[in-house]
Design a binder for this molecule. Structure first.
Ligand code: HGY
Ligand code: MN
Ligand code: MN
Length: 420
């Protein structure tokens, strides 16, 4: 039976906060807060984390998929692993909390376990997953896909505009793509991820702990319209083959159909076009080509399928109207909706209540590493409120007390899970 707290608040809130603010300083100075996966700034963040893991007395390693892992061996050989973690990479001009709050919480939980001499039967692993955010190689959740055996040779061959392959990038940050299958795990008995909600519900309802029921499936879809470059001043309107107009009409349709699907009663549905590229992108040239990438999310795969059918029809109609061709829709990535483990969610809820915290269940409209971990292990997520629900922006904010509360809930749940 492990010693240690029963519903005690063991986390050092000030230390957790100071570490989070320190790693937040490791950002592209001209674009706070930016620590894009595989960049020199990301490598600085990783070095900072590795040092902290070593100082905390963890056994530090990297797996073949490039995940940074701090381990505290358990007392019982073969008991398996309890894993806690999230990601330290950011979106461009992102925040100081998305992902990295969960990594620093994992670091703090590991320190609490060591400092309080809490003995676990299970091995404990504290993880920074590689490249959770979509990146220049066109694939998100790189490290957690690796842990679940979902990094195919096709994915490893994805290249960024400069021609470097994803496999080369993984190697560059300490992974070993030739042994990528070694990253696949079957020993994880429970996975916990603490994350800011990245939405307004907990703050609005003044709830301290969010217990995540499901994580949406995310489908990223590319469409390219090809017309004809022409002089913007001399070409008569009826002779123009303007790719950008077909793209614009399609974006408006995407918004309309997403608003309809959002209230159709099949759970969470959202879609947006976050990437728009026009070539040759010159103000006095009729656009020859126009590329868009859609990020569509839903708890229902059937609804995502219907969405793609509707968008396909709309894009074809727009292309015909403006006498341009339409390549796509092409599915760039397609993660399935993930259900979080019911027993772990109940355990987290009981721990939160015993710690005097209010809770509510909610789905996650954001993607997370937990979505992949849930394919190889029981996985659960704890959300903490964030200011105005804002995320993926420098204004992202969460209170020190909220982060400490979340970390205490996860710590307590790990102790109780280990004792089952
Ligand atoms: O895009 C997402 O949902 C996550 O923040 N990567
Ligand atoms: Mn994110
Ligand atoms: Mn995240």
């Amino acid at each position: 039976m492990p010693t240690g707290s029963k519903s005690k608040k063991l986390v050092n809130s000030e230390r957790l906060w100071n570490d989070l603010m320190s790693i937040g300083e490791l950002t592209q100075k001209d674009q706070p807060y930016t620590r894009r996966a595989f960049t020199p700034m990301f490598a600085q963040g990783r070095e900072w984390l590795r040092t902290k893991f070593v100082e905390a007395g963890f056994e530090v390693s990297q797996d073949a998929a490039g995940n940074l892992i701090g381990k505290i061996p358990g007392t019982t050989a073969g008991a398996g692993t309890i894993m806690v973690g999230s990601h330290s990479d950011t979106v461009p001009s992102g925040g100081r909390f998305d992902g990295v709050a969960g990594v620093i919480a994992a670091l703090e939980i590991g320190r609490v376990i060591k400092e309080n001499g809490i003995k676990f039967k299970h091995d404990i692993e504290l993880v920074d997953f590689l490249a959770e955010e979509p990146n220049v190689y066109g694939l998100s959740c790189v490290g957690s896909r690796g842990i679940t055996g979902n990094l195919s040779s096709e994915s490893l061959a994805f290249t960024e505009p400069g021609g470097e392959k994803l496999s080369e990038a993984i190697k560059r940050v300490g992974g070993d793509p030739e042994r990528i299958s070694d990253a696949k795990r079957s020993d994880i008995k429970a996975f916990f991820e603490l994350h800011i909600e990245q939405g307004p519900i907990l703050e609005r309802e003044k709830i301290e702990i969010g217990l995540v029921t499901a994580i949406v499936g995310i489908r990223r879809i590319e469409i390219v319209f090809n017309g004809e470059a022409d002089h913007a001043g001399t070409t008569p309107m009826d002779l123009r083959r303007d790719a950008a107009v077909a793209l614009a009409e399609t974006i408006v349709f995407i918004r309309k159909i997403a608003e309809e699907f959002a209230v159709i009663g099949l759970g969470h549905f959202v879609a947006t076009v976050g990437v728009v590229e026009v070539q040759p992108n010159a103000m006095n040239v009729v656009p020859q080509s126009a590329r868009l990438v859609i990020d569509a999310r839903s708890e229902s795969r059937e609804l995502l399928d219907r969405f793609v059918e509707e968008v396909t029809r709309s894009a074809a109609t727009a292309a015909e109207s403006y006498r341009v061709s339409c390549d796509g829709p092409k599915i760039l990535s397609d993660s399935i909706p993930s259900i979080c483990d019911n027993d772990l969610r109940i355990l987290l809820g009981n721990c939160a209540k015993d710690l005097g915290l209010t809770t509510r269940e909610l789905a996650s409209g954001a993607g997370h590493d937990a979505a992949f971990l849930s394919r190889v292990a029981p996985a659960a997520m704890v959300f903490v409120p964030c200011l105005r629900g804002k995320s993926h922006a420098p204004e992202e904010w969460a209170e020190p007390t909220a982060l400490a509360a979340g970390a205490n809930v996860v710590t307590e749940a790990m102790i109780r899970f280990d004792a089952i």
